[in-house]
Write a protein that binds this ligand. Structure first.
Ligand code: NAP
Length: 351
């Protein structure tokens, strides 16, 4: 068996950082070797600095690791980044310039013209932009690859088979997003209990534009954004984990709910064909029950790596409507970025 590659996690103490640590434990290709925190936690043991919020305990080996300062050099070839938006940009580019393979959850570099925004089942061929990125920026071998925002990823996984089979002219999405999507401690409890907050800063804009980049193509030089009209409304709801989204689509080619369900159920991507370690057997699970999916019941489907669709039916205005749900810190963040790394390793991008 091939040797495991060393990996570092930046923002290791946060919500997404904790998920990375949980998901990397026992990974067949990657071994967690470095954890990096902010100035606040640098020099402390992981156990001391991290307010662990997952149901199992952190692995003992990781509990005893000392958190690096954000300015300290990183040695691992692979870097998973869960730094806050606004903080990540320069750090990620510097690491890539030093030869690291950087997989990021942060928004900062996602929309750059030479940075792949990737969901391996949807657009693994966008990795070709890495060559352009390396040329543009003078990176000898490193790169930055990003995964989408936690609500966009589940929307686009559900849209992709519909897009391929029938085309989509318009898409309207309304989200009900979990509190853990805002990190920890996130939104104050007094704002969340007995309440819904109908605003998540920049989220609607991100959903609208990221969807167009993901469903678009890369022509060898530049990304061509998909020709789809998008409208998103995003709400924060008092749920711990799991983003629920109601979606209306206007198709280019006429199709009924049964055909849409068939396209969703039979959808498989390259991670499934290649049997990548974190790939769910099917990226989309379709539930038939009229009251599913629900965050409490469905967010852990396929270990949190699948998007769960239900209520596929006719819409009198758009044609088709459905509900999609997915885990925000697993397939919506850490799991997505680990799958991106598995994909690029399989495609020979990492030495
Ligand atoms: P979080 O819980 O607030 O964690 C942020 C992490 O970054 C902590 O480890 C923190 O370290 C570290 N950090 C903060 N400021 C820093 C600085 N100036 N320099 C270096 N490290 C710093 O946030 P999160 O929810 O994990 O989100 C992390 C990133 O993933 C964000 O870009 C977010 O938008 C994205 N994302 C989150 C989700 C989600 O569902 N939560 C989903 C998709 C994408 P200390 O603990 O030491 O302060």
């Amino acid at each position: 068996m091939a040797e495991k590659q060393d990996v570092a996690v930046l923002g290791a103490t946060g919500s997404v950082g904790q998920r990375y640590i949980q998901l990397l434990e026992g990974h067949p290709n990657f071994q967690l070797s470095e954890v990096v925190g902010s100035e606040r936690s640098a020099g402390k043991s992981y156990n001391e600095a991290a307010d662990w919020r997952l149901s199992d305990a952190p692995p003992t080996r990781v509990s005893n690791m000392i958190l690096k300062h954000p300015e300290e050099p990183v040695h691992s070839p692979i870097v998973f980044c869960s730094l806050p938006g606004g903080v990540a940009r320069e750090t990620e580019l510097k690491l890539a310039s030093e030869g690291h393979y950087v997989f990021s959850n942060a928004r900062d570099n996602r929309m750059d013209d030479d940075v792949p925004l990737m969901i391996p089942e949807v657009n693994s061929d966008h990795s070709k932009a890495i060559q352009v990125q390396q040329k543009n920026r003078g990176f000898a071998k490193g790169f930055v690859v990003t995964n989408p925002n936690c609500s966009t990823i589940h929307l686009v996984l559900a849209l992709k088979p519909i897009w391929d089979a029938f085309g989509i002219e318009q898409c309207m999405v309304t989200t009900m997003q979990a509190v853990s999507g805002a990190g920890y401690p996130g939104v104050p409890s007094l704002d969340m209990i007995d309440n819904v907050v109908p605003y998540i800063g920049d989220e609607e804009e991100k959903m609208e534009i990221e969807t167009r980049k993901l469903l678009g193509s890369f022509n060898g030089n530049a990304f061509q954004y998909a020709d789809i009209q998008m409208s998103a409304q995003c709400n924060r709801v008092p749920v711990r984990h799991g983003h629920l989204e109601t979606v209306n689509v206007k198709l280019r080619k006429q199709a009924g709910p049964e055909e849409v369900v068939e396209a969703l159920r039979s959808f498989r991507g390259r991670p499934q064909e290649l049997g990548l370690p974190s790939a769910p057997e099917a990226p989309i699970i379709v539930r038939d029950q009229p009251d599913r999916p629900q965050p409490a019941l469905d967010r852990d489907a396929a270990n949190g790596m699948a998007s769960v669709v239900g209520r596929v039916r006719e819409c009198p205005i758009f044609g088709i409507k459905f509900v999609v749900l997915g885990h925000n810190t697993i397939r919506g963040a850490a799991g997505a970025s680990i799958l991106n790394a598995e994909m690029l390793m399989a495609d020979g991008y990492m030495g």
